[in-house]
Design a protein around this ligand. Sequence first.
Ligand code: PXG
Length: 302
Amino acid sequence: MPRFFVQQQKEVLVKIYLNGKLVPERQAKISVFDHGLLYGDGVFEGIRSYNGRVFELDAHIDRLYDSAKALALEIPMTRAGMAKAVIRTCAANKTMDGYIRLVVTRGVGTLGLNPYLCEKPQIIIIAADIQLYPKKLYDEGLSIVTVGTIRNLSEAVNPRIKSLNYLNNILAKIEAINAGCMEAVMLNAQGAVAEATGDNIFVVRGNALITPPTNEGILEGITRNVVMDLAREQGLEVSEARLSRYDLYTADEVFLTGTAAEVIGVVNIDRRQIGDGPPGPVTRKLVKVYRQHARSSGSPIA
Ligand code: PXG
């Protein structure tokens, strides 16, 4: 939608980090020959800042570099330099509570696939405002569906790679939206539960949390890992195990985790009510504990 359609909202121009320089957003342009555009060849991270601090910055940077490594994409900057660039971009935009998009594309190349013919990778950092989900969703919980689009095979494009090609997830998201839901549960080729389109999934059974292991074809979510640690601190048992749709339908509670959503309860899957109806006590506790933790840790933006 063109910006002037956004009712009475003042246009906010942000400064974009582009290959070492902070430029006004109108000047932040990428070539049409960039393989990020032509082939989805590149990697990215979505990061949150809370209270003027970047949350889990090192974990996001490590995952970015691991994704790039898997694609034989050499990022022309050290991890420490990248962390500094993120902080610098946030500082330039006075980002307090924001959503940071870090993108590394393969760079400008030919119209052929060969990534080795591309010039330098392009590094883009956008520090934007976060579009929070309505509070109502956290109180009432999400209704979601399992969809027919299976998660990418690990042997083909490993879902652990956070690449710029999100079509697998987008196809699943389209199915969810067409079914009147905001999120989809994706299964892997074996029919086991993998993850949602932009979130990891957990089930609660009694005092235990269970989530699929990374070898089931999932992105190893940073929120997932933080929630697993926080849950253990709360005295909950946490394990990684294969889950079927039956395990979802019969769970006491189900919730999703992700940078944008944080922790959010799921109350209905494929028209089966989960547990007693509204988000249960374990989910509600973790929503709260996660928020407290996220708002009181991270790398200062200065
Ligand atoms: N699985 C997938 C497939 C994801 O894309 C997660 C799990 C959760 O990971 P983190 O590290 O965020 O806990 C993601 C998150 C968005 C958005 O704006 C989120 C993601 C990607 C693109 C957009 O909601 N990834």
